[in-house]
Write a protein that binds this ligand. Structure first.
Ligand code: ADP
Ligand code: MG
Length: 689
């Protein structure tokens, strides 16, 4: 009859260094049959565990042959050896080696989970086996809630779950008191009596005396092999239970650990160290949250420019100002064109249009002058008399108005030709004979309805080294909505009216066009003229254009710096995940050994660890979104309350980016720890204390 297990000339050497070996087993020749309860005895260090690991397919570095159930283990591929461990042998360890974060039921069914057996079948079978070892009421408990004897019963149930032919128990009673030891031994005996081969390592004479055969090892050699003639084979409860599987289902066991099972296992493990995982996800979420904030800024500024600028521009008007030198405040101050400069401009444009073959000919008639300056640069203020009695000569007591002085106007402008009645949101346009138009900020100064109220505006014109005050006293005739400029306090005055004010004040020599508006015949001409102006590097466009440019470059600067900052923080996050997962691999070495002993493949272990990093990524992404919403809210409030403008907009896909980026980071960071876990040597892993 074919023996269940045969070892032929087995030699095992442990490699100590490149040159040194330690031989742990010498020429082992031994055969075992089904139904035997074998005790392996021998002094510590004699090679018992080494032998068990070879038989169990955990260690494949040996010479000679081990033939189990007709299979020559030395010829099996890694995958086949995994299957051998999964289906043909069951391990029981001295220190139980249960996975502490899994319930008893999950510990027992783990080997089936690895084979992707359905939950119903798993639970049914595990319940049945746990009942046989006397633990039918403990399914939901965790290993720490059991006594040593109970834990060892769970381990036995786990070893039996895939109905193996061979049970290997390395000092199964070593950690138990003698009474409990006997109970465990009883169970192992029953298993043997049901027709399985049970090989156990023991130090106990008593345990050995109960077994059917005692093999003694000394210094790596079998020194005696005795059969117990008095061994009584009993009727076994294990025999009466039908552990046979439906043969049609056996084929299915080729399947790997499923995605959902690995997620479930990872969730259990993550829950077991929830504080660590929570903190880690929180750490990652800071990077993710700031990344999204950056994107919100960038789109917010784009939206702001789009909404406020684009809808106002007139494609057939070109705005030309002189490009100032120096800082932005100098640029926006009073900087008028001289007559020569004007002529040079006209000639230049016409020449360019000619060269480009555009038929438009620019004449004086197409040009409208404009005046504009950044009033705040030189000092300007609006005074308002709440009694409604007006200013002029009667204005003698500035004290009640003092608080208004802080509300300076930012810009003084003649009304550009591209603004019309449609830009008036209250009141009406001013004319050549009078009327002041403000942007909405004036409401803060004079109350809800400013139309018809009289104000005094003073500002300073600087010509060369001379500063000259100009004073305007007039009624507010209209409130304008003027694109981007509405965000500033701007006073718009009709160009001719402004000229007459300067004349009246005796400073008409300080009044000259700072801006020219050209009415073109087509968008094409507009574009050509703009191209020319740009190429000269001597002119800029309207204040709106300049502000748009400023905002765009600002958004780019903010964007890049935030990208840099968030990349650094994302990199730090990645390192953090890597370190934490790496440490978790060390912490779980024993668990990985157990998983391997019950037939987990490298792939399965990789999958368990990868799904953990996947889950950490998912969690971090969700935390990142929450963190971002809070952060954005705070930033929005701060900006609104300080500069009155918070260019922040969301796109729905930013949230997808948050989840995506955090998944990518954590999955990539998890690759190395996962592959390290998968490569762990099971024998070493199990030997680890
Ligand atoms: P037992 O289980 O009988 O106490 P082991 O099988 O664990 O003994 O060990 C047998 C011998 O092999 C011991 O001398 C031990 O030091 C040695 N040994 C075990 N594992 C290794 C290893 N990984 N590297 C080197 N020597 C080892
Ligand atoms: Mg040992």
């Amino acid at each position: 009859m074919e023996k269940e297990l045969r070892l032929i000339d087995v030699n095992k050497k442990y490699k100590l260094s490149n040159k040194d070996y330690f031989q742990a087993l010498y020429d082992i020749n031994v055969e075992f049959e089904k139904g035997e309860l074998v005790s392996i005895v021998g002094e510590s260090g004699s090679g018992k565990s080494t032998l068990m690991n070879l038989i169990g397919g955990l260690d494949s570095e040996y010479t000679g042959q081990i033939i189990a159930g007709g299979q020559d283990l030395s010829k099996l591929k890694e995958k086949e050896l995994d299957n051998y461990r999964k289906n043909k042998v069951g391990f029981v360890f001295q220190s139980f080696n249960l996975i502490s974060h899994l319930s008893i039921l999950d510990n027992v069914t783990l080997a089936m989970t690895l084979s992707n057996v359905g939950e119903k079948e798993r639970v049914e079978k595990a319940t049945k086996i746990l009942k046989m070892v006397g633990l039918e009421n403990q399914l939901k408990k965790k290993p720490t809630q059991l006594s040593g004897g109970q834990k060892q019963r769970v381990a036995i149930a786990r070893a039996l779950i895939n109905d193996p032919e061979i049970i290997i128990a390395d000092e199964p009673t070593g950690a138990l008191d003698s009474g409990t030891s006997l109970q465990i031994l009883e169970i192992l005996k029953e298993i043997a009596d049901s027709g399985k081969l049970v090989i156990m390592v023991t130090h106990s004479e008593k345990v050995a005396s109960i077994s059917s055969r005692v093999v003694e090892i000394s210094d790596g050699k079998i020194v005696s092999d005795r059969r117990n003639e008095n061994y009584q084979k009993n009727a076994s409860t294990f025999e009466s239970q039908n552990l046979e599987e439906d043969p049609s289902k056996k084929g299915k066991q080729k399947q790997n650990l499923s995605f959902w099972s690995s997620i479930r296992l990872s969730l259990h493990n993550m829950w077991a160290s929830k504080v660590k995982n929570f903190l880690m996800a929180f750490g990652v979420s800071i990077g993710i949250g700031s990344l999204i904030l950056m994107m919100c800024f960038s789109s917010g500024i784009t939206d702001f420019i789009d909404n406020t600028m684009k809808s106002y521009s007139n494609p057939q008007i070109v705005t030309i100002t002189k490009k100032g030198e120096g800082n932005i405040q100098d640029v926006m101050q009073f900087n008028p064109f001289t007559d020569e400069e004007k002529n040079e401009l006209i000639t230049g444009i016409n020449q360019y249009l000619d060269e480009e073959g555009i038929s438009f000919e620019l004449t004086e008639d197409d040009i409208t002058p404009g005046f504009g300056m950044m009033a705040i640069a030189t000092g300007a203020k609006v005074l308002y008399n709440p009694t409604g009695e007006g200013y002029g000569d009667e204005f003698s007591d500035p004290i009640p108005n003092e608080e208004l002085e802080s509300e300076a106007i930012y810009y003084l402008y003649s009304v550009p030709p591209y603004y019309s009645e449609t830009n008036i949101i209250a009141g009406e346009m001013g004319s050549a004979t009078g009327g002041l138009m403000f942007t909405q900020g004036i409401n803060n100064l004079v109350g809800e309805n400013p139309i018809g109220k009289e104000v005094k505006v003073t500002f300073t014109i600087r010509v060369g080294n001379n500063s000259r005050p100009v004073e305007v006293v007039d009624k507010i005739c209209g409130i304008m909505d003027t694109s981007i400029m509405s965000n500033f306090m701007v006073l718009y005055v009709d160009y001719d009216y402004l000229a007459s004010i300067f004349a009246e004040e005796g400073v008409s020599d300080s009044f000259a066009p700072t801006t020219y508006y050209i009415k073109t015949d087509s968008e094409e001409t507009t574009k050509a003229i703009n191209d020319y102006l740009f190429s000269t590097n001597k002119y800029s466009g309207s204040i709106e254009d300049q502000l748009e440019g400023m905002f765009t470059s600002m958004s780019k600067t903010i964007g890049t710096s935030l990208v840099v900052i968030s990349s650094i923080s994302l990199f730090v996050s990645a390192m953090m995940i890597l370190v934490v997962l790496y440490m978790s691999v060390s912490e779980r070495t024993k668990e990985i050994g157990v998983l391997k002993s019950i037939g987990a493949r490298r792939k399965d272990i990789k999958r368990i660890f990868s799904s953990e990093s996947f889950l950490i990524g998912l969690l971090s992404g969700i935390f990142g979104i929450i963190f971002n919403l809070i952060l954005t809210g705070v930033v929005y409030l701060i900006l609104q309350n300080t500069i009155g403008l918070a260019p922040i907009s969301y796109r729905w896909w930013y949230f997808a980016v948050a989840i995506g980026v955090s998944l990518v980071i954590s999955v990539i960071s998890g690759l190395y720890p996962a592959s390290k876990a998968a490569k762990l040597d099971p024998v070493e892993a199990l030997r680890r204390e």
